[in-house]
Write a protein that binds this ligand. Sequence first.
Ligand code: F6R
Ligand code: MG
Ligand code: MG
Length: 367
Amino acid sequence: MAKITLSIIKADIGSIAGHIKPSKKLIEAVKNYVSVKGKGLIIDYYISHTGDDVAILSTHKKGVLAEPIHKLCWEALLKGTQTAKDQGLYGAGQDLLKDTFSGNVKGMGPAVAEMEIEERPAEPFFFFAADKTDPGAYNLPLYLSFTDPMHNSGLILVPEVKKGYKFIIMDVSYTDADKIIELNAPEETYDIAALLRDPERFVVESIWSRASGEQVAVVSTTRLHNIAGKYVGKDDPVMLVRLQKNFPAAGEILSPYALTPYVAGFMRGSHNGPLMPVKENASISFFDGPPVVSCSGFCVKNGKLTEAVDAFDQPFWDYIRTKASEKAVAIREQGFLGPAMLPYSELEYGGIVETLKALEKRFILKK
Ligand code: F6R
Ligand code: MG
Ligand code: MG
């Protein structure tokens, strides 16, 4: 079996009416570029958006971090940015932080999640995209799907799944290089939890099957503020997860999303809000949120993708969306107090620091 690579490169390059969704013209511009310039380079592609982020999923044989693939996607995003500028969209090109392309898009603003795989005879996988949140949003769902029989019955029922999974976790606060640790579930499950409980610092980068050594999952781990030196929008992460056989079943990967955990993001990237599972190409609304996640399922054969199935487009998830809405209203009843807003280090705006500095001078010690 030949190896193929699944690549997702995504960025916020502009949207209508604030940070709601990109225009049809913008999406068309990206699509046209990839379909024309990708000929002979990529095998297949799928372009979608989640909230204000446009994602290019492509399949090819060039491996991860391949210059021609990254260049194709970077230039497609530049084309989309030009359309965004022409239409006067808000935040045109906001995630494209560098002027000149150098090798690959890592560190240039777009989020990247790529996996080179030996295609199985049947190769089902999920492509997740989240908006108004950051890569730590996947911490709890991944932890539960890969370590907890409450969500993954395969951990009890399937010998290969029971062998467990290796987690590679990244300390995203370290900016000089990719600082990672490898931990094995089930033996080190509590150590994994000890790190993942701090999702702004420790983020799952990838997961590997211990039965076969194959890679199961990859998450985009970029921190936009580490690249730009200041916050330029939440990282809005993408993820690929392979399914079935040695890996969790589709429903075992989806199961934790019924919990709608509170994640960082929401209004101005500075609040906590419930992670709402939404349909593909969803838009953003209440309090510039809530944080959303979409999931498209595919099978791939010799690099050719089937049509996408929308994993959260099913009546069960309407009930969960109602629950997420209730949780969103509940935390908004907390206004700007305590857990409703993120700590200073995570706020997307520096304004409050200046306010506090100015107020500090006005404090007096009472006699
Ligand atoms: C994420 C997102 C938000 C904005 C934030 C800043 O997709 O849209 O995190 O980056 O609300 O918005 P501006 O730049 O308009 O102040
Ligand atoms: Mg945005
Ligand atoms: Mg976004």
